[in-house]
Design a protein around this ligand. Sequence first.
Ligand code: G3H
Ligand code: 13P
Ligand code: ZN
Length: 326
Amino acid sequence: MSSYTQFGFENTKRMYAEALKKNYALPGYNVSNMEQIQAVLSACLRTQNSVVMQISKKAYEYIGEKLIAQMVSGAILQMKEEAKKLKLKPISVALHLDHGDSYELCVSAIKNGFSSVMIDASHLSYNENVKLTKKVVNFAHKYKVTVEGELGVLAGVEDDVSATEHIYTRPEEVEDFVKKTGVDSLAIAVGTSHGAYKFKPGQEAKIRLDILKAIEKRLKNFPIVLHGASSIPQEALEKINKYGGKMESAIGIDPKQVRAAAKTAVCKVNIDSDSRITMTASLREVLSQSPEIFDPRTYLAKVREDLMKMYMKKNVEVLGCGKKAK
Ligand code: G3H
Ligand code: 13P
Ligand code: ZN
């Protein structure tokens, strides 16, 4: 059993309590490679906010369960060196399993040093969701690992968002769910969706702030998590298409809506697609403009720099966290 403190991670308790008090949201950035991890830490160090470094099941398998905690831990040591040079305070980092889909996967992540896990049993019946989530919480809390549960199912691009009221989280269920499971935070479905193609062109992408507020009112000072909140920057998409890619009509969530949500009890906003798109745009551009380059360090340094800038902008302008929050 690896204890996450030996890797330099923190669980999400203190981070979310502060986010709740100060009405901002922390970033939950999904990563699957070294450059993303470095860019996340360099960005959050510069904006001076804590961060939840997220690993999906696919990323867990892609990187390898024994490498993840070591890799993020090494990157934290490096961030501390950078902090000294920049005369900044090192930031707190949680290593979080995103969308854990089984008890076994959550246990594996905890044994491998994660400080926070999500058990996503939102596709099951309410009672089954409660049962599985509670089982994970019982194990995790023995090791002071925090747990995120989910109620409601996020819409996909194939769904008619405006007609899928029933998939939104039902505010009348949240108190009972939190009480019965003992979760430390709750992911909800209020109109966002996963991936780059969130809505069909012409469809209105709208976060249901009314549902969010109703949940906030019932749970009172309890950390809420917003998934599927990438904005899909159109400049990056244009770059991808200009330099040989093919990503048509990808649409995300208006950053202003995410900003409004971040001012509520939403303590963490999950972002993955914006990072993928930024990396792809940057890589296509640099390889196309400098076809002679074949040293990965040359083109990945540029990708990492662009990623870092995107994360900094997101922290400050969309999530409202960090010292320079807007
Ligand atoms: O919420 C889902 C994340 O974007 C993870 O995606 O399963 O392709 O790693 P992935
Ligand atoms: P995006 O696809 O909008 O980036 O959402 C990511 C997410 O919710 C990860 O859990
Ligand atoms: Zn998600």
